[in-house]
Design a protein around this ligand. Structure first.
Ligand code: FCB
Length: 477
């Protein structure tokens, strides 16, 4: 085990969060409702009926949280702006109080020596835009560009990286396909239209941001690229299942954004669902935008096989149970249970998938700088008798995955940074507060923040740029 692995001085170490998962103050300060407010308040949609109403109460405690980041020595913080907090209706008037919150947060971060890495959209669409058709409606892309332009004017050159979207795969396929995420629709054609309108939104927003800030603005998008393995590598049918899932999951975004075209096989695979007429002349030119850095989120791998229609079709792709599949048109593909160990999400732990993913993106796009914008693990943490959270499984997960990032860098991938998901325990979407991803524990009764062993371990990593051993974590701090 290469526990002495060292990272270059310019490599950026940070942690990540998202607005709806931590902010709370859902009806305060002029914030409007988002699709996640509506969804989480709909009975049966989230575990235990949890909502983001209070979450980690970050809006009221952001100064404490920034002080914590400073104490942990973090060099960067990836957070998202809640669109309905700054523009309650999703169009028209902006909300000065909401904008002031993010402006103050950014100032506090800079004062603490923590670089602000902004995501403009981490799934919390203003509800009025969903009422008008949401991401299945092309107009939403134009509204997003207006919002992006305003944020560029307000936050300007204080932002280190501008990320347009977080995981549009989830927004489109889980939001409009399987319905396990807000807005909870199950319409395959709408999901594919959402894919395109999210891509278009990314392109339009990129132009808007560069229009305000010039080419000095660092532009990014974060994708949850899937590492897809065949059940039987010698089966041509299983390999074709891999191709189909990679097209829906990865190439539906990388294709238009980096190559300026949708993959032909994706369009033909989904021909029975849509004719793709929502792609209009000129769209692909807008979407294809050079990225200063491509954000990559990695947690786990998936395994697929050909499904001939007989027997029960397993649908364990790790993204929540639903009668509808997020894999639009891929009715002849089945997801196969992977070997463990697993996290509390049921996701298999496979660090080699991190190296494999980075190397495969690097092989296709050799000049594209990359950044790990999310990686981490949920476990059932407990506060010990000594008052500490000895989360050695999380430390071990982080150790092995960061080591795997280093292996990809050794093999030539241009990786610029790593952001652990997440700074703190938070509202894990459909799983509510039941799944804890933080390196800092949130006591949901008192809202007290308790750095876990993983936080102490991560601080040591950032300080020394050298991977500390897993065993050292319990003694650090
Ligand atoms: C990603 C999301 C993030 C968090 C992690 C566990 O898909 O971007 O908000 O929920 O998974």
């Amino acid at each position: 085990m290469s526990s002495a692995r060292t990272f270059p001085p310019e490599f950026l170490w940070g942690s990540a969060t998202a607005a709806y998962q931590i902010e709370g103050a859902a009806t305060e300060g002029g914030r409007g409702p988002s699709i996640w407010d509506t969804f989480s308040h709909t009975p049966g949609k989230t575990l235990n009926g949890d909502t983001g109403d209070v979450a980690a109460d970050h809006v009221h405690r952001f100064r404490e949280d920034v002080a914590l980041m400073k104490d942990l020595g973090l060099q960067a913080y990836r957070f998202s702006i809640s669109w309905p907090r700054v523009q309650p209706g999703g169009s028209g008037d902006f909300n000065p109080e909401g904008i002031a919150f993010y402006s103050d947060l950014v100032d506090a971060l800079i004062e603490a020596g923590v670089a602000p890495v902004v995501t403009l959209y981490h799934w919390d669409l203003p509800q009025p835009l969903e009422d008008a058709g949401g991401w299945a409606n092309r107009e939403t892309a134009y509204r997003f560009a207006e919002y992006a332009e305003r944020m560029a004017r307000e936050l300007g050159d204080r932002i280190t990286v501008w990320t347009t979207l977080n995981e549009p795969w989830c927004s489109a396929y889980l939001g409009y396909g399987s319905g396990v995420h807000a807005p909870g629709r199950t319409d395959g054609a709408a999901a594919l239209a959402a894919v395109h309108h999210l891509n278009l939104a990314h392109g339009l927003a990129g132009r808007a941001i560069r229009g305000v800030l010039g080419d000095g603005a660092k532009l990014s998008i974060t994708l949850n690229l899937h590492v897809v393995r065949p059940d039987d590598p010698s089966s041509a049918d299983d390999l074709d299942a891999v191709r189909r899932i990679e097209a829906l999951a990865n190439r539906a975004f990388l294709g238009p954004i980096l190559d300026g075209a949708y993959p032909g096989d994706l369009v033909s695979d989904t021909a029975s669902v849509t004719d793709w007429a929502f792609v209009q002349d000129g769209d692909l030119e807008i979407i294809r935008t050079p990225l200063d850095v491509l954000g990559v989120n990695y947690y786990s791998t998936v395994r697929v096989r050909h499904f001939d229609g007989t027997g029960e079709r397993p649908e364990n792709d790790g993204h929540g149970a639903s009668a509808a599949s997020p894999w639009i048109g891929a009715t002849d593909v089945a997801f196969v249970q992977q070997p463990g160990p697993y996290t509390a999400m049921g996701w298999n732990i496979e660090p080699s998938g991190m190296t494999e993913l980075l190397m495969s993106v690097h092989a296709t796009y050799p000049d594209q700088p990359l950044m790990i914008t999310e990686n981490g693990a949920a476990f059932e943490d407990e506060v010990g008798a000594d008052g500490r959270v000895h989360d050695e499984r999380r430390v071990s997960y982080l150790h092995d995955h960061i080591d795997a990032v280093g292996a990809a860098m050794d093999a030539g991938a241009d990786v610029r940074g790593y952001f652990v998901w997440s700074l703190m325990d938070n509202f894990e979407w459909g799983y509510g507060y039941d799944r804890r991803f933080g390196i800092v524990r949130i006591d949901y009764d008192t809202l007290e923040r308790i750095p876990k062993d993983s936080a102490h371990w991560y601080r040591e990593l950032v300080r020394t740029r050298t991977l500390p051993s897993v065993e050292s974590a319990a003694q650090l701090g």
